[in-house]
Write a protein that binds this ligand. Sequence first.
Ligand SMILES: [Zn+2]
Ligand SMILES: [Zn+2]
Ligand SMILES: [Zn+2]
Length: 928
Amino acid sequence: MADEKDYKNSLNLPQTSFAMKAKLTEMEPAMLRKWESIGLYDKIIASRKGRETFILHDGPPYANGLIHLGTAMNKILKDFIVKSKTMRGFLSPYLPGWDCHGLPIEIHVDKLLGDKKKDIPLTAFREECKAYALKYIDIQRGDFKRLGVFGEWDDPYLTMKPSYEADILRNLASFFAAGDVYKGKRPVHWCPTCRTALAEAEIVYKDKKSPSIYVKFPLVSDLGTLAPALKGKKVSVIIWTTTPWTLPANLAVAFHPEYEYAVFEAGTEAYLVAKRLVPIIAEILGFPSPKILATIEGRALEHLKARHPFLDRESVFVLADYVTLDDGTGCVHTAPGHGYEDYLTGRAYGLEPYTPVDDKGAFTPDVPKYAGMNVFKANPVINADMAADGSLLHQSEIVHSYPHCWRCKNPVIFRATAQWFISMDRSRLRQKTLDEIKKVRWIPAWGEERISGMVENRPDWCISRQRSWGVPIPAFACSGCGEVLADEKRTLHVADIFEAEGSNAWFTKPAAELLPPGTLCPKCGGRDFEKENNILDVWFESGASQNVLGRRPDLPWPADVYIEGHDQHRGWFNSSLLVGVESRGASPFRTCITHGFVLDEQGRAMSKSAGNIIAPRDVIAANGAEILRLWIAMLNFKEDAPFGKGIVQHLVEAYRKIRNTWRFLLGNLSDFRPDADSLDPADMEPFDRWAMDRTSAVTRRMLEAYDAYEFHAVFHAAFQFFTVDLSAFYLDVLKDRLYCSAAGSRIRRSAQTALFRILRDSLRLLAPLLPFTTEEAWDALPAFAGKEESIHMAFFPEPGEDGLTAEERKRWDGLLEIRDQVLKELEKAREAKLIGNALEARIVLRVPGPRANELEAESGSLAVLCIVSEVAVEEAAGPDIEIRVEKARGEKCRRCWNFSPSVGTSSAHPDLCRRCEDVLADGKGAAS
Ligand SMILES: [Zn+2]
Ligand SMILES: [Zn+2]
Ligand SMILES: [Zn+2]
């Protein structure tokens, strides 16, 4: 008599080289080396030659520091798009780039050089900056490749390459050609620490404690002409401010033309404020019973004058619509050199943008009393002086949102300096850009409103910076008369020089060699010029990155998609749009996608100061890049994304489920030759056709989700299919057929045909998200005609045409419904200790008359689906199906563990059931 061990050898148990334990940290680097050695990226591109293109244009990360989780998230999302579009059949090359110029690198190199900086020429300093950028490009490139991101890593675009620099100037030339570039004195955000102008996109808002003061300006004008009650009265207007240091630059007080203002008497003096605010102000200032003497319409106050509280100067009354009654007094201190609205109002009244503050944020000798004093340090001094002379009515402190420098994190000031600007309205750039925004598809949709609002409200673009690591603005000044020369023609001339020599040429060549030969001053006819020393805003440079498109047939302009973090609505998306609209007349992207930021598990931003930063390198070293990719695949990237230990644990578990499913499929295909052994759908078991039908439905859902950039929907459709349809049902039910049937039998080949297609298709569908594991499984997948060398050269599957008919689907719905009920009864029986394993059970279905015959015919299928030894059907009278669980009849087969009355009937194998005996008798039972 054979023992159990012998029977085990007769089963077709799973075999595969695809290990249960992933060892991603070893497998991934080996996979990367393999891809490199076969030149995979080039092969992918070659395989799509001549096909329609799909271009994701890379927003260049800054070449400074190590990548963080946010950078990793950004690159992985880009890779999801490029890989999925490639598998969808597009030619989708990915040209990565880096943003190389700008202040952060300049500051780092400053620190590295220390005192040495003074002894080296500017070009040598710029070479140091370049070396610094190259170092970090190398480091970041290594990290991006390690994430499994495919692209043209050997020849990325760099904003510091001569050809790129030349194109920046060619874009600038288009702005000159449109008449949009001008030089003007205007207040801009200014960082006194970094000593440069800052763009809107370089500002971060943080809470800051500031003084909050009420100051009186005694009126010069007599209000008696407006209200007889005030004739001869000594009246002061009260202003409120949080920046006492801007008072020396006060030139005006602004009133709303339509508000009602009041003069109230308190003690021996009378004060002018908005009428509605009188009670609030009187309380703050400690005036017990203010008596209103007269009311005046704001409009009537225009052109009246007050005396500056501590300077020998007058302050003129002006009207402005932006005056509100939300805080303050309704009478707004106006310093045209220190605020953008103030500047516009000042311009309307012929007031200059007066700025007695230098680039270090200290008062100039224009204000002798405070000259040399830092403006923030001057605040308490100015307050004390005003308190001493009685013009300060009240002071306290407030915490408010205040602009800070994005780089050094210090508070910035508004300061008027001579800068180069791009006008938003001279040639209707603003309106043209708003029109283009409407043509773009924004994902999520709120992006459109957000960027429209930013373009609608942005002031003219300040494009000049007073630093050295960047592309110079090619402007010249006549040595004779000071006339400034900067226009399209001369900019294009310098562009050609940069193309050949790089932008260092600006610093090594005299003006004469940078101007077209024979240039004369249009004003005085002079031939001598001096170079200006301003570089372009780096946002202009990165906005020019679209120039790398349109130069190769496989990289056309405009791009199909831009995708970056949602802070780029005012950064890169914004500058790219302006450059595209001005130089090419349209948006450089058709679709614009934004993603969220990375948070810790408590929902806090990751920062050095919070000490909660997790480095991608550490996650990769511990768990593998695939785990990071799985994280991105599982989350709704449009929202901010938490990450931490608990989430990693969850990811590792999810990964294991997917891997084990593929492993099971591979294990049961070890003896399957897809080309020779696959069955036609017509010859397959109905249950296998059901599984193929489910696979088609899931394929369709995943493809739709890819097309909508809903990667988490792609993943969840697959994961649901793996866990619910496959692991918990189909594969579980299939085990008996796979393990116990004759290896080459039709019913087993039928199952294997389904398993092969499920495996082949699910690997391809998940390859963009999990490129390492799918490739590993692809290598273990049996060979078939047309199997690509790498899964990443393959195409996505199409949903099968061989779906179920409506009738068949109805049959399955009915069977699965009964199965659900049976499983519940089996659970009860197990709890009552009637049975252990479900195979010990026999199910009796008591079915109402008409359905009894129908289900009688399905009893075999139902036994298989419920994994019980037998299902019997009895006719019953009641309206519902009743289910009874009994002990299975017969003995347990020692090979397949089913109970059957046929066990014991064979003399050769008295411990086997009829099915198992037949399998052994055929001699086909052995696994190989
Ligand atoms: Zn700064
Ligand atoms: Zn001149
Ligand atoms: Zn058996």
